[in-house]
Design a protein around this ligand. Structure first.
Ligand SMILES: Cc1cc2nc3c(=O)[nH]c(=O)nc-3n(C[C@H](O)[C@H](O)[C@H](O)COP(=O)(O)OP(=O)(O)OC[C@H]3O[C@@H](n4cnc5c(N)ncnc54)[C@H](O)[C@@H]3O)c2cc1C
Length: 235
């Protein structure tokens, strides 16, 4: 199959969500036909070298004219700080879509998404895909983060809960800075409290490697079959 052509996308907005995370919308010159969960690569020319980096598409596949990315900036790293501070109308060369981390059909009765931090990016696209297409599945996002200010897109999740009866967000905070009604700990502490053994649930996980490994262990201890667990590794 032919590779998608690279194209210049234009930054429509770059919204800072935290001091190290931003949500960028890129307007595409040529619409791309992506599936939720897939990623694109940015191609950046540095010292005459083309540097490629991968970023999950975080927006709904309903919109083909633009894509949104959730970027975490790592200090002293090459490309993420450039994207983090990109300005409106900047041009960014992208290529895609790529990847096989996509929703599995037939859909199960329940779909549970488990993410830590910016790992929620591909899951956000999948969640919109299920909800906007009125898929008959109960959608739960178990979302881990450190402090209150690291709770990415809080208002958006709450609005989705109001709009869609079948969507629920469960925030899990590891280092609360004040009294909190959220569950305290890591997602792996919380999963055994709400997940029961069921063959009719699919799990999608994205986050740091260690979090993926620990989450899979916990799910398998509950009796969830490996075939029901779908993961995206970023490293
Ligand atoms: C399929 C795929 C999808 C991805 N989607 C996203 C996404 O949606 N949003 C996002 O923010 N990232 C995503 N990533 C990770 C992202 O591609 C890397 O963080 C990126 O390569 C960083 O590039 P850089 O040039 O800024 O860092 P580099 O200059 O390549 O790295 C320099 C140093 O920065 C640190 N560092 C960089 N990245 C990471 C990391 N992921 N975890 C821990 N330390 C790191 C390390 O210390 C590293 O040695 C994805 C990766 C893959 C493979």
């Amino acid at each position: 199959m032919a590779l998608p052509e690279p194209q210049e996308a234009i930054v429509e907005f770059n919204k800072k969500l935290t001091s190290e995370t931003s949500l960028i919308r890129l307007k595409l010159q040529k619409p791309i036909d992506f599936r939720s969960g897939q990623f694109i690569q940015t191609i950046t020319l540095l010292d005459n070298k083309k540097i490629r980096r991968s970023w999950s598409i975080a927006s709904s596949p309903k919109n083909k004219e633009y894509i949104e990315l959730l970027i975490k900036k790592y200090e002293k790293s090459l490309i993420s700080p450039m994207l983090f501070k990109a300005n409106q109308n900047d041009k960014i060369t992208i290529q895609g879509p790529f990847g096989f981390f996509t929703l599995i059909k037939p859909y199960k009765k329940e779909t549970v998404f488990i993410a830590a931090g910016v790992g929620v990016a591909p899951l956000r696209s999948m969640i919109y895909d299920l909800l906007e297409n009125n898929i008959d599945t109960k959608v739960t996002l178990i979302f881990g983060f450190r402090t209150e200010k690291d709770y990415l897109l809080e208002d958006e999740w709450l609005n989705l809960e109001k709009k869609y009866e079948n969507f629920k967000i469960i925030p899990v905070i590891s280092r609360p800075e004040k009294n909190t009604e959220f569950f305290k700990g890591h997602v792996t502490d919380f999963i055994p409290k709400i997940i029961k053994k069921s063959d009719d649930t699919d799990f999608y996980i994205c986050g740091p490697n260690i979090m993926i490994a620990d989450t899979m262990k916990v799910l398998e201890l509950i009796g969830i079959n490996k075939k029901q667990i779908h993961i995206e590794r970023w490293q």
